[in-house]
Design a protein around this ligand. Structure first.
Ligand code: 6YU
Length: 497
């Protein structure tokens, strides 16, 4: 098939690249990507800390197994380590919670005994799994995951832990606060009080123990880009407005207006901008504006911030087999995942660290995780202030007043003007219909206008793999396939010449 229709793709993240790849391979002759920044990859972004390769954006392949297209591509390009390729690794079903070896430290400078903590962790994970089953019931009687967890945990703690000493019970409830902060990072939400319980179960996990790219996630982007024509992407070309239902010019129904005033006429546009950007700029990005039902879904879906703070040390203060470090604040009651005074105590939102492995490759590097408004505030501080606060934090939790990081580096996704946060989650009152609305092309079905003028891809448009790289990639393929089917239907219905 050779298709002459013009397609413009807005955004050169994984979804935009995937859409372009599929269209070019199907014979579309006029495909163009307009990217606001100077690089491809969007939220797949690899950087360095000293000599180490680190991920500023996406970290893992979630569920690396046959059904995951990111895994299959990474394997095809030879980007993964042998461990990740084994059938055993692919078969492990951990439901999004990898069984990492933990170390627990407390705000009084003690290393906690894991046995004291496990009952709280176990209870929390059971509740989270229960929470994901509310899908069809609208979440009643709880609107959000936070309320559900608190209410159930309080009741269960009163029953199950009634015979244990008050200090251990109190500590376990502090562990629940810590676990809620972990979930804020996993979900990219400010608080689990903002994550809707009714739609929480929409997210689906794939089998396979999460794995990383030893050479960096961007290796995937580079390989995909090398298969596309080199002039397909125009960098540093932000799109200001998509004029659809364009009546000024007869041939093309869409006119793309760029920040530099350049205008590009096209038949179709695939918009892949992040939901955070869409929330902020939808009123100027589309003319005519988005239909109300679509707009309401853009508003109902959540898009928060989850940031990383990498910290490198000369020597480890954690166990050799440790894969994740949890920092438990002992003065927190009420199972809260938000700090009362963001400016003074933002650091209390950092749940802890994942350990970069193997140490032979990375040395002693930790990745700290912090979500929410606290994380957005952290972005406004100077590097020295962040380093100082991290140093104080680690000294306090280890009880070692001399431990000093060698280097610190943090991400700043909220202040990235083309992303405005990290990834999407189902907000309160959200349902599967909102994700359907997100992916619905314009003009909507039933209209007599030129069909498929504006199509929507990007992680926040996937019905069950939102917030992930594989979800984003699949949405790019989905929208390309929509156009491919459209043109194959036209070509088969044309009378023979
Ligand atoms: C994953 C992971 N991961 C950590 C962090 C982040 C994300 N994700 P893009 O934004 O890439 O592209 C859009 C482009 O558009 C971009 O280049 C812009 O510059 C451009 N643009 C914008 N405006 C424009 C304009 N006006 N004109 C022109 N261009 C414009 N995913 O699989 N594994 O470990 C993580 C993580 C810190 C920030 C992640 C992870 C999310 C992915 O990175 C993300 O989904 C995709 O890269 C998005 O691709 P895209 O093409 O859609 O947009 C149980 C349960 C609960 C549910 N959640 C559980 C899942 C957990 C998700 N975990 C993520 C965790 C981490 C650590």
């Amino acid at each position: 098939m050779s298709v002459n229709a013009k397609v413009v793709i807005v955004g050169c993240g994984i979804s935009g690249i995937a859409a372009a790849q599929r269209l070019v391979n199907a014979g579309f002759q006029h495909v163009q990507i307009l990217e606001a920044t100077a690089r491809s990859g969007g939220r797949v972004k690899t950087g360095t800390l000293g000599d180490n390769i680190i991920e500023i954006g996406a970290n893992w392949i979630h569920g690396p197994s046959e059904e995951n297209p990111v895994f299959c591509l990474a394997r095809q390009y030879g980007l993964l380590e042998p461990d990740a390729l084994t059938p055993e690794n692919q078969a492990m079903d951990v439901e999004g919670h990898p069984p990492w070896v933990p170390n627990f430290f407390s705000s009084s400078g003690r290393k906690l005994n894991a046995e004291d903590i496990y009952p709280a962790q176990e209870m929390f994970l059971e509740l989270m799994s229960e929470g994901s089953k509310f899908e069809s019931q609208g979440g009643e009687p709880w609107a959000c995951v936070g309320d559900f967890i608190r209410s159930e945990a309080e009741q269960q703690a009163a029953e199950k832990w009634k015979d244990i000493d008050a200090a251990t019970r109190c500590l376990r409830l502090c562990v629940i606060s810590n676990m809620l902060k972990v979930e804020c990072c996993v979900n990219g939400a400010h608080s689990m009080d903002e994550v809707g319980l009714g739609a929480y179960g929409l997210y689906k996990t794939l089998p396979g123990l999460d794995c990383t790219f030893p050479g960096g996630y961007e290796g995937l982007i580079k390989n995909l880009m090398s298969e596309l024509p080199s002039d397909l992407v125009t960098y540093n070309r932000p799109v200001r407005c998509v004029h659809w239902n364009n009546t000024e010019k007869e041939e093309n129904s869409v006119m793309i207006e760029c920040d530099d005033q350049k205008k590009i006429a096209t038949d179709h546009v695939i918009v892949t901008v992040p939901l955070g950007y869409l929330k902020k700029h939808h009123s100027t990005l589309f003319s005519p504006p988005l239909p109300l039902h679509k707009l309401h879904s853009v508003e109902r879906l959540g898009f928060g911030t989850s940031n990383k703070i990498y910290v490198e040390f000369d020597s480890p203060w954690w166990d050799a087999d440790c894969e994740v470090i949890y920092l438990v604040w002992e003065d927190e009651d009420g199972m809260l995942d938000q700090v009362p005074d963001v400016q003074r105590s933002w650091i209390k939102k950092l749940f802890g660290f994942t350990v970069l492995k193997p140490s032979e490759r990375y040395g002693h590097v930790l990745c700290g995780w912090i979500a929410g408004h606290e994380s957005e505030y952290m972005e406004t501080l100077s590097e020295q202030e962040v380093t100082h606060t991290m140093t104080q934090l680690i000294r306090r939790f280890t009880g070692n007043p001399t431990v000093t990081p060698r280097r610190v580096l943090r991400s700043q996704w909220f202040h990235d003007p083309w992303t405005c946060g990290s990834y999407s989650y189902p907000g309160k009152g959200c349902s599967a219909q909102d994700l359907e609305n997100m992916m619905e092309p314009l003009p909507t079905k039933g209209s007599l206008l030129q069909p498929l003028q504006v199509l929507f891809a990007g992680e926040a448009t996937h019905p069950c793999y939102y917030s992930t790289v594989h979800g984003a990639l699949l949405t790019g393929w989905r929208e390309a396939d929509r156009l491919i089917s459209h043109y194959s239907a036209i070509s088969t219905s044309e009378p023979p010449k």
